[in-house]
Design a protein around this ligand. Structure first.
Ligand code: FES
Length: 144
């Protein structure tokens, strides 16, 4: 009887430890290097999005959230003042990706991408699509 209680206690304790370890590693991944600003709201018009260049005065990384579009877009201002725009749609099965600060994470099957959209961990095999960008004196125009 005493052995059964001890065994039950150890099994329950191990389950809590495993859950804690799994939660910690995902949480640690999600907050690593967190410098990405979040959620500029806009709309898609004629398959284009306009983003003010002034948005990048405070942070070189911005997440764009079009109200009438299924996926967010990550826009990065590079050190040479060029821009890259990544569609945050997992190339495995089209799930919306979560920005992590050091890249992007898919909560459906665990794929991970770096900030340039390259696959760091599968099951995804292809990198993220880079969207075409035009610049005007005041805005970025992103083609979807
Ligand atoms: S949909 Fe993203 S890993 Fe499967």
């Amino acid at each position: 009887m005493e052995n059964n209680s001890r065994r039950s206690f150890l099994k329950d304790t191990c389950k809590v430890c495993l859950l804690g370890a799994a939660t910690f590693s995902i949480a640690e991944f999600l907050v690593s290097c967190g410098t990405t600003a979040k959620g500029f709201k806009t709309t898609v018009t004629d398959n284009k999005i306009e983003v003010p260049l002034s948005l990048f005065d405070t942070s070189n990384s911005q997440i764009i959230s079009p109200r009438n579009y299924e996926y967010e877009i990550a826009v990065q201002k590079n050190t040479d003042n060029t821009f890259q725009a990544l569609l945050l749609r997992c190339t495995h099965q089209n799930n919306q990706l979560i920005p992590t600060g050091s890249g992007y994470y898919c909560s459906l099957h665990g794929s991970q991408y770096d900030k340039q959209g390259n696959v760091k961990k599968g099951p995804a095999e292809k990198g993220l699509p880079h969207l075409t960008i035009e610049t005007t004196p005041t805005n970025l125009i992103i083609h979807i």
